[in-house]
Design a protein around this ligand. Structure first.
Ligand code: SAM
Length: 198
């Protein structure tokens, strides 16, 4: 592990297991956990190559796999990835730091059509590593590929994000306030940004 994500430094050690149990309970209760996946599915052709960056315990990657896509989920939290492997066979699961991950070294040589990063991943990386993370996402995309990134803006200022996006070589194409595409406004608490690799 190269970085110290806020996911670890700002939460108790029991956080990962509690997160797994919370999402297992929500899934068993029939709560809709697939909203982000439905948006991504609508943005790509069939059998697309999709990278779930910061996949957690796997809900979004699994929903995309069930729609016929080729999906790789990457996360630094080994507890969450172990739960993803157990609960959702199908996607490929990789424990790695988004700061320096390299999927070709794991045998996944081909680039991705789209990256999804749902549920506050970028606002839980180590402060100061955001550009590196965005650069790694950019490097794993095919030319003209897109990245869709959602986070609460009280944890990561949108002006900082926009600066980091440009430094990493992305172009911001669209922004919404929710994953069901409610309009973005200055009073929004959440941002869903669609970035393009030019
Ligand atoms: C709030 S969880 C969201 C998980 C999942 N995307 C979801 O929506 O259910 C944030 C995730 O970001 C991951 N994360 C934070 N920094 C990371 C890094 N540097 N490398 C890989 N994963 C990271 C954490 O391990 C955690 O799984």
């Amino acid at each position: 592990m190269k970085s110290s994500p806020r996911w670890f430094t700002e939460t108790p050690q029991s956080n990962s297991q509690r997160y797994v149990e919370r999402f297992r309970h929500l899934a068993a209760s029939g709560v809709d956990l697939d909203g982000e996946a439905r948006l991504i599915d609508a943005m790509v052709g069939r059998h697309a190559r999709i990278l779930d960056a910061g996949c957690g315990s796997g809900r979004t990657a699994a929903a995309l796999f069930s729609r016929g896509h080729v999906v790789v989920g990457v996360d630094i939290d080994a507890t969450l990835v172990a739960a993803a492997r157990e609960d959702y066979p199908g996607p490929k699961w990789v424990v790695a730091d988004l700061v320096d991950f390299d999927l070709p070294a794991h045998g996944y040589a081909e680039g991705f059509d789209i990256v999804v990063s749902a549920g506050n991943v970028l606002s839980y990386v180590e402060v100061g590593t955001e550009v590196q993370v965005l650069e790694r996402l950019h490097a794993h995309l095919k030319p003209a590929g897109r990245a869709v990134i959602g986070f609460q803006i009280d944890r990561y200022a949108i002006a900082d994000f926009d600066r980091h996006v440009n430094l990493a070589g992305f172009v911001l194409e669209q922004r919404f306030a929710t994953w069901d595409l409610q309009p973005w406004s200055a009073s929004a608490e959440f941002a869903v940004s669609i970035l393009r690799k030019p």
